[in-house]
Design a protein around this ligand. Sequence first.
Ligand SMILES: Nc1nc2c(ncn2[C@@H]2O[C@H](COP(=O)(O)OP(=O)(O)OP(=O)(O)O)[C@@H](O)[C@H]2O)c(=O)[nH]1
Length: 301
Amino acid sequence: MKDVYLLSGFLGSGKTSLLAHLIAQFKAEGLKPAVIMNELGKLAFDSRVVDNDVPLKEMLEGCICCTGSEKMEAQLQTLLEGETFDVLLIETTGAAHPVEAMDAVFSPLFASKLNMKGIVTVADCKRWLERDKMTPQTRMLFLEQIKHAHLIVANKTDLLSDSEVASVTMQIQSLNNAAPIIQTSNSKIPLALITKLEATFHEKGINKTAIGKQLFLSSRLHTFSDAVDQDSFEDWVRSLPDTVYRIKGYVPLKGHKNPYLFQYAYGMVQWLPEFMKMEPQIVLIGDQIDRIEIIGESSYD
Ligand SMILES: Nc1nc2c(ncn2[C@@H]2O[C@H](COP(=O)(O)OP(=O)(O)OP(=O)(O)O)[C@@H](O)[C@H]2O)c(=O)[nH]1
């Protein structure tokens, strides 16, 4: 399994600086990093910090968490098939919600190949002091990125006085006291701080990823042994508890040659025919999904 780190943080907080710093440190350890960068603008400006010998996939325009989930899967697929690397660093746009960005990594295609080590959020201390100037929606995103981090990098401390640094760090920590926080300038963190993150536990086919103190998101991969009836499958989906947030994958349907691409999010289901014979597998993401009986399993009536 390859370790994956998601670099989150508000626009201009210092994610690219962190990326450059981590790449250099991984290389110094003899490990080969690969990078996926998701930029909102058309210009691949930040990718200049990534050396030519580092496999790089860019997703320009559109954000991983909104429209880019399929694009991201395609990029992951090409990386896994075409490149050799040891760790994957994904830099999200500053406008991405970290949990939704993480959803893109949980795909049936990669469940057994990628190990989500954690979300590292860079928090701009200077901006924190001026957060009241943000619109409520933007401020909410800024706070959410901090709340869902497994490690918080309190950056740009050089722009603050010592007492401001102390009080800002305390305030940021109070939003998420499960994550360690480190004060930095230019996002210079020791590598060991991130390599020791263990956001995901692997047990009996379930990958359980902790987000903050209370929230645990689990992903569970299910492989179908037989085709299922489409109506019965939809009935099963509707019968699921609200704690199943997302299902995606390929479902083998009775009467059809190839498994259909199936997506479920926020109560909406979507089917798309697939022209290739994909592995009949789905991933469920949610809370307590280990207790769910999956249609087609021997114990399910
Ligand atoms: N003074 C100061 N400037 C910093 C620090 N960290 C980053 N910067 C500067 O802030 C700007 C944005 O840094 P980036 O690392 O590109 O931030 P980013 O989060 O990748 O930005 P986006 O990709 O636009 O969201 C650059 O001009 C950096 O040189 C810091 O600790 N102190």
